[in-house]
Each structure stands twice: as structure tokens, then as C-alpha cells.
Write a protein that binds this ligand. Structure first.
Ligand code: XIL
Length: 509
């Protein structure tokens, strides 16, 4: 990963330009990769193929500067996760509030991004007063809401999710105040009202579990076929794509998108995330990466697929853990705003490199113990790093983390490298206390290298490490996060490897 890229992500923001220049020269002298042009962003990679890549966002997140820097650079469209919904824009009848939505369109304008407006008519996040209206007043309340909100944002949004989630799983219409008052005609009425309020916006119907072929997407297909035949203003169909590794990939996604495109409509993936039951493990993460890849490939394969929006790009702000307890790890960036290996997968699907030479995903950690006792005064991990990629890895950019708990006693540690074919002189080691201590992981042994290169397919061989507290009090290793009991090497997903600051292997506690 180039320094320039990390700089755009705000992670080298504190490093003075002169030092960056020195680092770049040092890399060149060391025979490292030439400092080529900045890698393209996800959105730039997609734009080269006539698509966009977008992200949902929400107002409180915009004050998180490192978050906002990535949102503003890596994505070409944004969708407000909440602030244009009915409960946000018209909490009481006739009292409209646009401040939070305006903050989203202001951000987009400042960063040259488009906006997907979300959403005008939806059964959820609908203030109670709407459902309490007498049925004969619901239509005028709906058309007034659309006129005011879509009218206010005219010129500032590219596309509106006019109607959100109108279907049941069996493809029938979902009950709610609008269906009750107007029958399914409410959808055509809403689209006409949106067209009147903003004739230039692309008008979408959006739903979930319609990504693949099936009863629910057949319902959507019947509806939009009729709307098109009747000349109702509709431009596109949105496929939310809230996927989960435990439910399988939606069958026939590409064919499904194509049949809607064949009606003369645009299609878009509007809310992509791929969740899993926590804790994540390498098998689930591999399945997830495959799903992301297939979604992007489906959109690339369908000419009328406009783009893919992820439902926020980082686990730091994903809605998944709140909505699906026990699930998470659903997005492209981790909670520290570092790109995960799946980010590289998406880059590759978009025809780019995986994020930079020697970038994420090219090293794995293996572990064995040479100390079966859990209650003595030393911890003795043995590590082996393997280059699983096809480019050499500069070991000076690599750090390894082995988490353990220090228990009571001295807060200071001594660390040792006992033996390594690399030469212990090139191995750096220290203990780092966790910012947010977790059970079994309130400290980690941080291992780095002063130099050296690991060729594709090569392994470091044993790195025999040892640590003790300076007061030589005992540990209780039984609950240590990274500890294993095997005396021969196995892959160690609970030991993390970072390359150039980005997580390349393992799951942090
Ligand atoms: C979610 C938001 O992300 C959450 O912050 C909020 O609490 C609930 O709604 N389908 C949609 C989105 O169309 O509007 C939902 O957004 C996620 C599911």
C-alpha cells in the first residue's frame, strides 16, 4: 500500500511532508516498489466502467474526521441512512425539518458526490400521526410529504427511493396505512407526486430479499411491468442486498437484475452489506468476500446497473450489530477505519489492484506453542509468517500482534527473541497495553522487523518469542486470546498481521 493512499485516508495525516518524502526515498533506495500514481479509489475504479460506488452515511458520523475523509474520497455517491426519512423530515404533520438532510447534501456537494434520496414512502420510521389519520386523509398527507421533501431537495439528489419495501416475502403487497387507504395504487400515486416535485430525479422502488430470483422479486417484477406499461414515471429498481453468509447467495442475481433492465429500467444495488454470526473466522470471511465479489460482478455484467451502494462502509457505524444481535463484521473497513481484506476483493472485482503492492491478504500467521504450562511466569509463542500472495512483502512494513492478559502485578514487561533464522537482530518486540482492554486481551506482544523481504510462497521460519513481567509474577494463560495449544504450526486467525498499517490477516479481539 502506498504512503500516498494512506495519506488520503487520513492515517498518515500527522506525518510531515518532509518525512513522507524521506520515507519514499528510503523505499526507492531499498529497491521497493516505485512510488507510482495514487491507486484509484473504489469509485474511480467503478467510474472507469460507467458505474458508481456509494456508501450510506449518517449525520453523527460526519463529525468523525477520519471517517469523513474516507467517505469523501473513496465513494462517489452517498445515501442518508436516516435523515431524509419521514420521521426525520416531517415528525409532526406539516412541520418539516431539513437541517440533517441538508447536512448530507452539503457534504456531497463539497466532495463532488451524488446523493440517493432515501426514502419518501415507507412503513417504517413513519411517525405515528400518519397511521392515526382517517383513511381519506392519507393520500393528501402522502402527496404533500412527497411534494415538500422531494421539492426541497430538487437538484440536490440524483435518485429517490420513492417507495421502500412495499412487498411481503411471498410477493404480495405489505400492509400499512398507504395500502389500506389507497390499495396498491399508492405506489403509482407516489411516483407521480415525486415526478411533479423533481422531474429530473431518477425515481426508484427499493426492496430487500428481491436480489435473486424468487417469489418476492417476481412480485416486484409484476408491479414494475405494469407501471411501465401504464406510463407511470419510474426509472429504476433498487435491490438492497442486505446479505448474510449463513443464508446463502441470492440465486440468479445477475439474471434478476437483467430482467428488470430488459423492461427499460435502471437497476442499482442500494444497501449492500454481508453480515455473519460473530465471531468472524477465516471461513466466514472467505464466504463474505465471495458474496461481495459476486454482487459487484453482477452489477458490472448488467449495462443498466448504475452502481453499488454499501450500507455504510465501516463496521464502526454499521447498522448490523444493532439490528441483528450477535452478527456483524459486515462491511469493507474495520472499526478502526482500516480496509479489510474484502476491500481488496472489491477492488479486484472492479478491475483494480487489491490496494497496493504487498497489500492486504498476502501474509498469514502460523503459531505453535513451546510451553504447555498456563500458570508460570513466561509466555512463549512461536510464530511463522507465510507469504500467500504473488508479490514480495517488505517485512519492515509488517507488524504482528499476539494478545494476552497481564493479570494483576507489574505493568511492565521484558520481551525476548530467543531464536529466528532471520536473525533475532532484525526482529523487534515490545508489549503494548490495549486502549480498550478485553478479557484475555488487555495487552499484546507487538512484533516487527527492521528489514528483509519475504518472497511469494516463502516463510520466515520460527520466530521464537518470550515475555515476562518485570516482577516475574505468574500469568494465567488459559484465557489468552491468541494462545493455542498445538505444538506444531497451524494457521492462527487470532494473531493479527498488519502490512503497511492495514489488517492483512487475522481477527482482532
Ligand atoms: C436503517 C438505518 O441504517 C438504521 O440506522 C436505522 O436505525 C434503521 O434503518 N433497509 C432500509 C434502510 O431501507 O432504511 C434501513 O436503514 C436498513 C434496512
Amino acid at each position: 500500500m502506498s504512503l500516498a493512499k494512506r495519506s488520503r485516508h487520513g492515517r498518515t495525516a500527522g506525518i510531515p511532508a518532509l518525512l513522507l518524502a524521506v520515507l519514499a526515498v528510503t523505499t526507492a533506495l531499498a529497491g521497493g516498489p516505485a512510488q507510482a500514481a495514487e491507486p484509484l479509489t473504489l469509485h474511480e475504479l467503478a467510474a472507469a466502467q460507467g458505474k458508481y460506488v456509494g456508501s450510506a452515511t449518517d449525520n453523527p458520523e460526519l463529525s468523525d474526521a477520519p471517517y469523513a475523509a474516507i467517505l469523501g474520497s473513496e465513494f462517489g455517491r452517498i445515501t442518508p441512512g436516516n435523515s431524509m426519512k419521514w420521521d426525520a423530515t416531517e415528525p409532526q404533520q406539516g412541520r418539516f425539518t431539513f437541517e440533517r438532510g441538508d447536512a448530507i447534501t452539503d457534504f456531497a456537494r463539497a466532495h463532488g458526490q451524488g446523493v440517493r434520496g432515501h426514502t419518501l414512502v415507507w412503513h417504517s420510521q413513519l411517525p405515528g400521526w400518519v397511521a392515526a389519520l382517517p383513511p381519506e386523509q392519507v393520500e393528501s398527507a402522502m402527496t404533500n410529504h412527497i411534494a415538500q421533501v422531494a421539492g426541497h431537495y430538487r437538484g440536490a439528489v440524483e435518485a429517490w427511493d420513492v417507495v421502500n419495501e412495499p412487498f411481503n416475502e411471498d410477493g404480495t403487497f405489505r400492509a400499512g396505512p398507504f395500502l389500506d387507504a389507497m390499495g396498491s395504487d399508492y405506489i403509482a400515486t407516489a411516483l407521480r407526486a415525486a415526478h411533479a416535485a423533481d422531474p429530473d430525479a431518477d425515481l426508484y422502488i427499493n426492496d430487500y430479499n428481491t436480489d435473486g430470483l424468487g417469489a418476492k422479486s417476481d412480485g416486484m417484477y409484476r408491479l414494475v411491468s405494469e407501471l411501465v406499461a401504464e406510463g407511470v414515471p419510474i426509472d429504476g429498481v433498487g435491490f438492497q442486498s442486505h446479505l448474510a453468509v449463513q443464508y446463502g447467495f441470492p440465486e440468479g442475481m445477475r439474471q434478476n437484475l437483467q430482467r428488470f433492465a430488459d423492461l427499460g429500467l435502471d437497476v442499482a444495488v442500494t444497501e449492500l452489506d454481508v453480515r455473519m454470526q460473530l465471531p468472524a473466522d477465516p471461513a466466514k470471511l472467505a464466504t463474505q468476500a465471495g458474496y461481495y465479489q459476486r454482487v459487484f460482478e453482477a452489477c458490472l455484467a448488467v449495462t443498466r446497473c448504475e452502481g453499488v451502494t454499501v450500507w455504510d462502509y465501516t463496521d464502526k457505524y454499521s447498522w448490523v450489530p444493532g439490528a441483528f444481535p450477535g452478527q456483524g463484521a459486515a462491511t469493507l473497513y474495520d472499526e478502526n477505519l482500516l480496509p479489510k481484506p474484502v476491500y481488496g476483493t472489491v477492488r479486484t472485482a472492479l478491475g483494480g489492484d487489491d490496494g497496493g503492492g504487498g497489500g492486504p491478504g498476502t501474509l498469514k500467521a502460523q503459531y505453535r506453542t513451546q510451553d504447555q504450562a498456563t500458570g508460570d511466569n513466561q509466555i512463549k509463542p512461536v510464530l511463522n509468517l507465510v507469504n500467500t500472495g504473488d508479490t514480495p512483502v517488505d517485512l519492515s512494513t509488517v507488524t504482528v500482534r499476539y494478545w494476552f492478559s497481564g493479570e494483576a502485578g507489574a505493568a511492565s514487561y521484558t520481551t525476548w527473541c530467543d531464536w529466528s533464522p532471520l536473525g533475532c537482530g532484525t526482529v523487534t518486540h515490545r508489549v503494548v497495553a490495549a486502549d480498550t482492554p478485553k478479557a484475555g486481551a488487555d495487552h499484546h506482544l507487538d512484533v516487527g522487523f527492521t528489514g528483509g523481504t519475504l518472497a511469494p510462497g516463502a516463510a520466515t521460519g520460527d520466530i521464537q518469542l518470550r515475555l515476562n513481567k518485570t516482577d516475574w509474577s505468574n500469568f494465567d494463560e488459559a484465557d489468552d486470546y491468541s494462545r493455542g495449544t498445538g505444538t506444531s504450526y497451524t494457521d492462527a486467525p487470532k494473531i493479527a498481521v498488519h502490512i503497511g498499517g492495514a489488517l492483512a490477516w487475522g481477527i482482532e479481539p
